[in-house]
Structures are given as structure tokens and as C-alpha cells.
Design a protein. Structure first.
Length: 285
């Protein structure tokens, strides 16, 4: 566990997502939860060593299973966006291994069978503030990476958790993405209001010396992806089209060989669903 600001801690060495803890005079606010039960238990032990009281809330930055599987073990109310609530509520009550082919890292975890899906008990839409003692935590809707994605802003400590909005070093989840909104929100990260902030990505990422370099990487990726999708939007989509785009993305933004199958599955699943949404939108126009 790493302290990145006064009373702000993260753990980026768990399998799956980076999780955060905001220590307040009234207890702990958790940002997302570890993917595996073993890591969630380790996280709970680490938090107990802070001697900061109980977990008061768990904040899910989106509905991706990688960051919600530990909800069950945190024994606290879960807060998320209304769209995230809708997605999680639609999941089966109990997780079954090999039931998902979304390319999430939970698909590689062996001890998730039987884990209960815990949906949010509090849902917000545009903005919501959690105030515990002297600490204010603002939950701000920031769609793009997912329809219900939120950023967790701790202005009292100049810290911003952005979930999967930043993804350098991996390939993004696209099934529920809106690239135009995503790019707009990445631009927001460059605004003066975040000068001096520590910005935390939702997954272990490629190391950049400066935040602007990481933002530019993600903007480059999404711009290239949008160009590829634009070529498919003008006519019937041939059967090989998705695999061709996946191949180009993996070549242009390579990952380690052992991650290739998962990243390929992630991109294929996401692009197929994105194209279905695009075609349905055209039919309704």
C-alpha cells in the first residue's frame, strides 16, 4: 500500500484494478475493490493497520466486474452512478466462472465462483458529495469509458481517481464506451482546476513522467480507434472487419505476449458491442 497524499492511499499491486482509500475522521471511503477475494482480504488487513475506523462507503467508478467483485467483502454501502447501478443489477446474483468473455481480468481469477454480486445502495446522476468530518469527496459523472463512469475528486487533498478514463499500457473496455465524450473528459484533465493534483488511473499503467504524456497517449489511441470505426460506419460491416481493427490496435499499441489473448478478447467483445449500438442508432435515426 502506498500513501500518495496525506490520508490518501492506493494499492496497485493487486491483480485487476488499482484500489484507493480515503481516510477521514469518520472512517474510510474506498474507491473500487480488488478483483479476487484473496486480494480483498489483504486489502482489508492493510486498511485495518491504518487504525482509521470502519469502511464507511465503497465507491464503484463503473460497472466493470474487475472493480466490483470485492463489494461483498467490504461490508459497507456501495455508491455509484445510476447507469452503473443498472448494469450491476442486471448481473446474475452469484458469479459463475467462465460466464464472461469481456476480456476482464476477473476471467483469469480462479476463486470467484459463488461470489455474490452486490449492487449499489446509493446511486447518483450528475454530482454527489460525501463529507466526513473535514474531508470532502466529490463524485462527478464523467462518462466516456463507460456510461456510468465517475471520477472521485478529493479537493481537500488534491487527488482525483479517474477509473478507466486513463488506460495507458492496456487496451480499454469499449462495450459501453462513447469515444467523443471520453475525449472531452480527457481534455478536462488538462484544465487548470487540476493543476497540482495527483491523478490516479484505475489500473496499473505504463509509467509516464508527466500526466500530460499519459493523457496524450490515451487521446492518440482513441483518435486512431475513432478513425478506424469511421471507415466501418459508412456501409455494411464485413465479417473480418472487427478482427482487422483489433489486429491494428494490437500492433500499434503492443502489450506483453502473455496479455495478448486477454486484450484481443477485450477489444473484440467491446468493438462488436459498440458496432451493434452504432447500427441500432442509425436504424432509429
Amino acid at each position: 500500500m502506498q500513501r500518495i497524499r496525506d490520508n490518501i492511499f492506493i494499492e496497485s499491486n493487486f491483480f485487476g484494478v488499482t484500489v484507493g482509500a480515503i481516510v477521514t475522521p469518520k472512517g474510510i471511503l474506498c474507491v473500487d475493490t480488488p478483483t479476487s477475494p484473496v486480494d480483498t482480504r489483504k486489502w482489508r488487513l492493510q486498511l485495518a493497520q491504518l487504525e482509521a475506523g470502519a469502511i464507511r462507503y465503497v465507491i464503484n467508478t463503473d460497472h466493470n466486474r474487475d472493480r466490483i467483485m470485492g463489494n461483498q467483502w467490504c461490508e459497507a454501502p456501495v455508491v455509484a452512478h445510476t447507469a452503473t447501478y443498472a448494469h450491476i443489477a442486471a448481473y446474475p446474483d452469484v458469479y459463475k466462472s467462465h460466464s464472461s468473455q469481456s476480456g476482464g481480468e476477473h476471467e483469469l481469477v480462479n476463486d470467484l465462483s459463488g461470489v455474490r454480486t452486490v449492487a449499489p445502495t446509493l446511486a447518483m446522476s450528475g454530482r454527489m458529495s460525501l463529507i466526513k468530518g473535514s474531508v470532502q469527496c466529490d463524485l462527478v459523472h464523467a462518462g466516456g469509458s463507460a456510461s456510468g463512469a465517475i471520477w472521485v475528486d478529493v479537493p481537500t487533498n488534491n487527488t482525483l481517481f479517474v477509473g478507466d478514463a486513463l488506460f495507458a499500457g492496456q487496451h480499454p473496455f469499449l462495450a459501453d464506451a462513447d469515444i467523443d465524450i471520453w475525449l472531452e473528459n480527457l481534455k478536462r484533465l488538462t484544465q487548470p482546476q487540476y493543476n497540482g493534483y495527483t491523478v490516479v488511473a484505475g489500473r496499473k499503467s505504463k509509467r509516464f513522467e508527466y500526466l500530460i504524456d499519459e493523457i496524450e497517449y490515451c487521446v492518440s489511441y482513441l483518435t486512431f480507434l475513432r478513425e478506424q470505426l469511421d471507415t466501418l460506419a459508412d456501409g455494411p460491416v464485413p465479417g473480418y472487419a472487427v478482427s482487422d481493427v483489433v489486429r491494428k490496435l494490437l500492433q500499434r499499441y503492443p502489450v506483453e505476449n502473455n496479455w495478448m489473448p486477454l486484450m484481443s478478447r477485450r477489444l473484440t467483445s467491446g468493438l462488436e458491442q459498440m458496432l451493434v449500438r452504432t447500427m441500432n442508432s442509425k436504424e432509429n435515426d
